[in-house]
Design a protein around this ligand. Structure first.
Ligand code: CTP
Ligand code: MN
Ligand code: MN
Length: 465
């Protein structure tokens, strides 16, 4: 071999090593570990982005492992990506933030991991279709797509061909047609059509405001309004209190809440609740109890060990939060719970416990890892608004409420369907009713409920799909 040939070989051999190890300066951001998905991105771009990130102090793993906190992909369909992720045997995929390249680009520009926002999340095609059906008030297809989204996420390995999904439960014709498009063309035309649809875009935007439901969104759309700015400047629009708060804190509450922020809020709520009632029982519920890294709010359940003592508890908590100067918004709903009306036939409805939907002020200094750190250079006010939900059932309903409020929504739906179809039982956030025995079954823990249903206990972090 001649000299030039040798050189070429050396270069060729050397390149992957260069791209891998070089450029890693000291890891500055210990809480994030990135993994870049090569699919669609290509290996050279991936190598380039890897070096770039490492040079900026990010830790980037070459292989996917349980250490990875942020998976970044470019031009990937959510379903295919999820299926691919599932095939890696990670301990818990739901803990990983699966993000679009836009999050990576924003982070590189800022030179630090930026806060995850909804626009950074890889869109889930089935969720989008479900949402679009919801806007069209087509309940059937909406549920079908939601179910499909969850079935596809729970698949053990990658979906490579349509045959593989033919036999799956809960996948209807619409869903299969969409999957076929994705598997054949790498994209879904139906979804792209929806994404470009002006009405869908407007309704999605409007319903992203706290307090705005599909009906209000539709009304605004029909009036020809298309942007949030137009709504705020339209003189004839009357916003209710909740919507006013939604607009006022829009930029804060549309940003994802991190686990560290949820923990900080947990401390505040705990301190507040126990200041009022030292023996109160408090639990974190919702997505954070399922181990999620990010959420749209933080959910808590509280009760008193003695029946009836929980009455008025939430109002005291609210007062105390107000005294601390951190209550930005509060929507309180008193209890309409009536044991004599159990079981309710309308099991899909909201529960009747006393609850409140809050917006709280969280000081940056109270969040671990952000103490004394200026995370957002453009934002010097040092606090953010966070959505918090509190629910206070009587203690004998606690286990049912905990199960219901831990979610996920789809897990709850599946569990209720199972109870009804397989066990002739009605399950909701209040009770488990045995139709055969014609009585409500007692439960003090979630384990009791699973046992009544003849199921093995499912840990909260296994309830994401
Ligand atoms: N839930 C409920 N009754 C309500 C509101 C919510 O039973 N009136 C349940 C939902 O079914 C969900 C759980 O409470 O399973 C938490 O709701 P939510 O905060 O909306 O969802 P999370 O799973 O926590 O997701 P996120 O991280 O986006 O908040
Ligand atoms: Mn939540
Ligand atoms: Mn909630």
């Amino acid at each position: 071999m001649n000299h030039a040939g040798m050189l070429a070989l050396v270069k060729k051999r050397k390149r992957p090593v260069e791209a891998g190890a070089q450029g890693q300066v000291e890891v500055k951001f210990k809480e994030v570990t990135l993994y870049l998905v090569e699919r669609k991105m290509g290996s050279s771009r991936r190598n380039f982005l890897t070096s770039l990130a490492r040079s900026k102090g990010f830790r980037v793993e070459d292989v996917l492992s349980d250490d990875v906190t942020h998976v970044v992909a470019e031009d990937n369909q959510a379903e295919v990506l999820w299926a691919w992720l599932m095939g890696h045997g990670l301990r818990d995929v739901s803990r990983v933030a699966v993000l679009d390249i836009s999050w990576f680009t924003d982070s590189m520009r800022e030179g630090r991991p930026v806060r995850v926002e909804t626009r950074h999340c890889i869109q889930d095609v089935m969720e989008e279709l479900a949402e679009s059906s919801e806007f069209n008030q087509s309940k059937g297809p909406c549920l079908a797509f939601r179910q499909a989204a969850s079935v596809l996420k729970s698949l053990p390995s990658a979906v490579h061909c349509l045959e593989a999904i033919q036999g799956l439960p809960c996948l209807g014709e619409h869903t299969k047609a969409v999957m076929e498009e994705i598997l054949t063309f790498g994209r879904s035309f139906k979804v792209e059509e929806i994404r470009c649809d002006e009405r869908y875009q407007a309704l999605k935007l409007f319903t992203s405001v706290f307090g705005v439901g599909p009906k209000t969104a539709e009304k605004w759309y029909r009036r020809g309004l298309r942007s949030l700015q137009e709504i705020l400047t339209e003189p004839n629009i009357q916003l209710n209190r909740m919507q006013r708060a939604g607009f006022l804190y829009y930029s804060d509450i549309s940003k994802a809440v991190s686990k560290a922020e949820a923990k900080a809020l947990g401390c505040i709520i705990e301190e507040t609740v126990h200041w009022i009632a030292p023996d109160a029982i408090l639990a974190l519920t919702g997505g954070f109890r399922r181990g999620k890294e990010y959420g749209h709010d933080v959910d808590f359940l509280l009760t008193m060990p003695e029946m009836g003592k929980e009455e008025g508890l939430l109002l005291h908590v609210i007062d105390r939060l107000k005294d601390q100067g951190i209550l930005l918004y509060c929507e309180y709903q008193g209890s309409t719970f009536d044991v004599s009306k159990l079981p309710s036939c309308r099991f899909e409805d909201m529960d009747c416990f006393q609850k409140c939907f809050l917006i709280l002020r969280l000081e940056q200094g109270q969040v671990a890892g952000e103490r004394g750190l200026q995370r957002d250079p453009g934002d010097s006010r040092g606090w953010r608004a966070v959505r918090v939900d509190l629910v206070a059932p009587p203690v004998d309903r606690y286990a049912f409420a905990l199960l219901g409020w831990t979610g996920s929504k789809q897990f709850g739906r599946d569990l209720r369907t199972f109870a009804q179809k397989e066990r002739l039982m009605l399950l909701d956030n209040h009770a488990l009713y045995d139709k055969t025995k014609k009585l409500c079954l007692l439960a003090t823990t979630e384990e009791d409920i699973f046992a009544h249903l003849g199921l093995e206990y499912v840990e909260p972090w296994q309830r994401n799909a």
